[in-house]
Design a protein. Structure first.
Ligand SMILES: N[C@@H](CCC(=O)N[C@@H](CS)C(=O)NCC(=O)O)C(=O)O
Length: 364
């Protein structure tokens, strides 16, 4: 049996020891049939202030991720761009959900038992946890919410500092500058904040979360609404990127990273999102092939500006190392046995995102 420090660590970090939330995305569909994402639970901040509860010191924090997950990947991108890999370690889980406990049927993120088991994934180096769920239970006894990645983990207090990627990326951008290899890079600069905020709102709702709203809708109305908004937003971004190199001007910002993580998964993700629709809709006898056509109005590679832009961002030093297409494919095609019982991975478009692109026409 494993034993963990529990309530004392959670109490020290100021968290309630019982958190009740949705256990999986399937619980996050409202009576109207629309997908409604639950808010993240752990919302503390690491601070550059040495007297803070979570001071930005090297070696104290660890990022638990899945390479399949777009939200975790945006944190990985910030870690690389800011030159923080020496200060904050990373451990990736296995790409395919497994039972997290023998005593119930929850499926979730699992660490491999050894470093050889799954290229890219590693055992938990600090807590010997079998699952991400166990990490949450160390931080908060009886945690009943969704055990999601990313997790920004405090090795000293043995707790989750924050599990909301939009907040983690802001901390990585500003709070670690004393120890960052690239402190001068500001991905949320004051003069562009209004524009970044506006784009983020559109991109989060219609694109990042929009693909999930398409995928998890249980009724036609919410699906129609989500898919219309998704393609309107993609068209808007396509137009903007016909005039400038990056989404908020001619400078890379967090809005680009937030958009990129969905775009890079897009042509793979269309059918993966559909797999989840199929799982939700097993009782309505929906056929998986029909489901696969639900989100295919247009592929990424049919939007020339968005497609070249995705290659451009991918080719920024450090970014390609945050994209593990193998984990992305394995996760989406392997984590839903009711839809894809033999876990066969479709051949996929195998796009070369390192291929030349036309973005330098806007200057470098
Ligand atoms: N709001 C969170 C969302 C993270 C999230 O939804 N992660 C997914 C993976 S893409 C997850 O871990 N899901 C676990 C599950 O569905 O059980 C963030 O942006 O950090």
């Amino acid at each position: 049996a494993r034993t963990f420090p529990t309530s004392s660590a959670a109490a020290a970090a100021g968290y309630s020891t019982t958190v009740k939330m949705a256990r999986s995305a399937l619980d996050e569909v409202t009576d109207t049939g629309a997908f409604d994402r639950s808010p993240s639970t752990f919302r503390s901040s690491v601070s550059s202030d040495a007297s803070a509860r979570f001071p930005a010191v090297p070696g104290r924090y660890h990022l638990y991720v899945s390479y399949a997950c777009p939200w975790a990947s945006r944190c990985l991108a910030f870690l690389k761009l800011k030159g923080l890999d020496h200060a904050i370690g990373v451990t990736a889980v296995k790409p395919i959900f497994e039972r997290t406990k023998e005593t119930d049927d929850h499926l979730g993120w699992i660490f491999p038992a050894t470093a050889d088991e799954e290229p890219g994934a590693e055992p938990d180096p600090f807590n010997g946890a079998k699952s991400v769920r166990e990490l949450y239970e160390i931080a908060s006894t009886n945690y009943a919410g969704k055990p999601t990645v990313p997790v920004l983990w405090d090795k000293q207090l043995k707790t989750v500092v924050n599990n909301e990627s939009s907040e983690i990326i802001r901390m990585l951008n500003t709070e670690f500058n004393d120890i960052a290899g690239n402190p001068g890079l500001d991905l949320y600069p004051v003069h562009l904040r209004a524009s970044i905020d506006e784009i983020n709102e559109l991109v989060y709702d219609a694109i990042n979360n929009g693909v999930y709203k398409c995928g998890f809708a249980k009724k036609q109305g919410p699906y129609d609404e989500a898919v219309t908004r998704l393609y309107e937003a993609l068209d808007k971004c396509e137009q903007i990127l016909g005039k400038q190199r990056y989404i908020c001007g001619n400078q890379l910002t967090e809005a680009d990273i937030r958009l990129f993580v969905t775009l890079i998964r897009f042509d793979e993700f269309l059918s993966s999102t559909s797999s989840k629709i199929g799982e939700v809709c097993t009782t309505s006898l929906m056929h998986v092939y029909a489901v696969h056509f639900k989100c295919n109005k247009k592929l990424l590679r049919e939007h020339p500006n968005l497609f070249n832009y995705t290659k451009d961002i991918y080719q920024i030093p450090g970014i390609s190392s945050t994209v593990n297409m193998e984990h992305i494919r394995k996760h989406y095609y392997g984590s839903h046995p009711s839809i894809n019982p033999y876990r066969i991975i479709p051949v996929g478009p195998n796009i070369d995102y390192n291929a030349p692109n036309d973005r330098e026409r806007f200057g470098s």
